[in-house]
Design a protein around this ligand. Structure first.
Ligand code: ZN
Ligand code: ZN
Length: 160
């Protein structure tokens, strides 16, 4: 039974992290920490080097994860460790989908193609269509507006 509980905590944390990432992206990264996120919205040719200032957010999200590992290990609350596991898994998913699949920082699984993967590309593409801090759209990563499952030409018509 406990194993199921730990798996449940891990899955719940992964799902909750999509909300946390959406919230942080919308209100923190496009808010008072725009200065760290701005270079992620630069077009490719205006960037230099492999790293972006935006990568600092990976370190920021590593803090609650590490804290959970420590609390889970040194206190009687072992279950807290699985919050840390969930945050790590989400971080890995985020890296693989956002940094590798969408932005192709590594040339892996570019051939991936499905209705869902296209929807994610369209949604994040719509987010990157704006280079400014304000009036962005589509701040989440894995949960996207259903309109992105249709072709861009179709949902643009609908909006006008
Ligand atoms: Zn952004
Ligand atoms: Zn991006």
């Amino acid at each position: 039974m406990t194993a199921l509980l730990y798996i449940g905590i891990t899955i719940a944390t992964v799902l909750f992290m999509e909300f946390v990432a959406w919230f942080a992206h919308k209100y923190v990264m496009h808010g008072f920490l725009w200065d760290w996120h701005e270079d992620h919205h630069l077009p490719h040719h205006e960037k230099d080097g492999f790293f972006e200032k935006n990568d600092l957010f990976f370190l920021v999200f590593a803090i609650p994860s590490m804290a959970s590992y420590i609390i889970g290990s040194v206190t009687p609350h072992f279950w807290v460790l699985f919050i840390g596991v969930g945050i790590s898994i989400y971080g890995l998913i985020y890296f693989l989908i956002h940094d590798v699949y969408i932005h192709q920082r590594f040339k892996w699984f570019r051939q991936l193609d499905s209705k869902y993967s296209r929807a994610i590309l369209r949604a994040h593409g719509a987010h990157h269509a704006k280079r400014e801090k304000e009036d962005g759209e589509s701040f989440g990563l894995l949960i996207v507006n259903p309109k992105y499952f249709r072709k861009r030409s179709e949902w643009k018509q609908e909006a006008s």
